[in-house]
Design a protein around this ligand. Structure first.
Ligand SMILES: Cc1cc2nc3c(=O)[nH]c(=O)nc-3n(C[C@H](O)[C@H](O)[C@H](O)COP(=O)(O)OP(=O)(O)OC[C@H]3O[C@@H](n4cnc5c(N)ncnc54)[C@H](O)[C@@H]3O)c2cc1C
Length: 459
């Protein structure tokens, strides 16, 4: 029994009279990130007052990667949380925070309580690099590293060592750019961001002077968008560089789609700028294309990355046998994510997500967002996904089955002593974070669960 159980329960009764009302459909959405809230919005639009929606999250705070993934210096993107807040505050939607589905409550239990259970749990685990040396010290995946500077409670204790001079960032997507930019910024450049204080202090004392972004393929194959690339050209103390010989003939750019072409224009500008040795800014951000990491070297902590040059054969990078070592004191792999399995839910090991057919997993069980399709696309990509899954629920279940819904969950949570965090609890956490913000910052996040719970006033 949880010691604070009596102070947490029951969840507030929804303002709409509902329990036992025939025709009311009960939906559990697991995960309060974009996919979860877009799905809730779609269910509201589809069934209006005839639906009750519980949005579960294992954390006491909502919004998934909006809070813990999107870069802290990209506040305008985080603004989408306001839209989700509108959904969360509706009378027929509840936030059921601090409940880990799969351990605090099982999928089978939720299926017994709700007409439909929609998994929107994202892809929170780093995909392994699969090369020797991955377990060395100061080697991180981006879920961990980004989670650390964004205050995800799982990564509060990360404490990366930034006393060395070279960081190697593996991957050619926007997450690699986020990581490189965060490593390169000065304290002042974080003004207005919500980077957490401990990360800001550590980054402020960093001695990193060279950031190498490794890509197995070439400039035409990057998954980086123009805006994020363009930002690198405007950093106070860091300048981006591309080796001119890595760029294909300019005429070949016309075959690219317009977005990709704009990205390559940035790379061409970086190639035309002074070489790292003669650049005016003290930190070099070097793009190393056609470079596949083969091993991480070192005894206890990483000291270097062994890299093999590649050529593209049918679009695939193939090693040439030409190897070299990049000395490195920090390695961050930004090569993608996988979903965490949940007991009782079929899993697609190959693709690292729930086994599903267009979002359908089993009768009454669905998935959406990154846990359905893997870690790709923007926040907005999850909107059609959420609306699409609700259409499938409607097609599969023309009428509500008269299940107990949220009332049934509340009874289970009470019996189990779960310390459920409601949306109004989250609003207290939110207000406390805003109140303790350093000058110019929108908030100072709590970085551990106990602090978050304390801010609800319930402990
Ligand atoms: C580093 C990074 C930066 C990004 N930057 C941008 C950007 O600038 N712009 C943009 O458009 N997109 C960006 N994205 C992509 C965007 O964040 C994703 O498209 C989106 O968050 C995926 O939504 P989701 O709901 O599927 O997963 P998530 O956002 O990961 O949400 C999943 C939620 O499920 C919860 N959960 C997980 N397991 C359980 C469980 N067992 N029980 C209960 N709850 C659980 C988690 O706590 C989390 O809240 C970025 C992604 C990353 C990784």
């Amino acid at each position: 029994m949880h010691p604070q159980m009596s102070q947490f329960l029951p969840l507030p009764t929804p303002a709409l009279a509902d329990e036992g009302r025939s025709g009311v459909r009960h939906i559990a959405i697991i995960g309060s990130g974009p996919a979860g809230y877009y799905t809730a919005e779609a269910a509201q639009k589809r069934w209006g007052e005839d639906v009750r929606i519980d949005v579960f999250d294992r954390l006491p705070v909502p919004y998934g990667l909006i809070r813990s993934g999107v870069a802290p210096d990209h506040q305008s993107i985080k603004g989408v949380a306001k839209r989700f807040e509108g959904v969360a505050l509706s009378a027929n939607v509840r936030f059921v925070g601090h409940v880990a589905v799969g351990s605090d409550v099982t999928i089978a239990e939720l299926q017994g309580l709700y007409d439909a259970v929609v998994l929107a749990t994202g892809a929170p685990q780093d995909r392994p690099l699969g090369i020797p040396g991955e377990a060395l010290g100061n080697v991180y995946g981006s879920a961990a590293f980004v989670g650390w500077y964004n205050g995800h409670p799982n990564f509060t204790a990360l404490a990366p060592n930034l006393a060395g001079t070279t960081a190697v960032v593996i991957g050619n997507g926007n997450v690699a750019l986020d990581v490189a930019r965060i490593l390169a910024k000065t304290r002042d450049e974080f003004n207005g961001s919500d980077i957490v204080g401990p990360a800001l202090d550590l980054l402020d004392a960093s001695r990193i002077a060279r950031i190498v972004i490794l890509g197995r393929r070439g400039p035409h194959q990057i998954a980086m968008t123009p805006k994020e690339l363009g930002e690198l050209a405007h950093l106070n103390r860091a300048a981006p560089h591309v080796a001119p010989e890595d760029l294909p003939d300019e005429a070949a750019d016309t075959a690219l789609d317009p977005g990709q072409r704009k990205s390559v224009v940035h790379l061409r500008a970086f190639a035309a700028s002074p070489a790292p040795e003669s650049a005016a800014k003290p930190i070099a951000i070097e793009f190393d294309f056609f470079a596949a990491p083969r091993a991480l070297l070192g005894e206890t902590a990483v000291t270097g990355v062994e890299v093999e040059r590649t050529v593209l054969v049918d679009g695939q990078p193939v090693g040439t046998g030409d190897k070299h070592v990049i000395p490195a004191s920090l390695v961050i792999a930004c090569i993608g994510y996988q979903t965490s399995p949940i007991p009782g839910v079929p899993f697609d090991d190959r693709n690292g997500r729930f086994a599903n057919e267009d979002g359908r997993i089993a009768e009454g069980l669905y998935c959406v967002g990154w846990s359905r399709r893997g870690p790709s696309g923007t926040i907005g990509t999850n909107r059609p996904d959420g609306f699409g899954i609700i259409e499938k629920v409607a097609a599969d279940q023309p009428a509500a089955a008269g299940k107990p819904g949220g009332g049934g969950f509340d009874a289970l949570a009470a019996a189990r002593g779960l310390a459920v965090v409601t949306f109004s609890d989250w609003q207290k956490i939110d207000a406390a974070e805003i109140a303790r913000a350093r000058d110019g910052a929108p908030r100072e996040k709590f970085v551990d669960v106990a602090e978050m719970i304390a801010a609800t006033g319930k402990d």
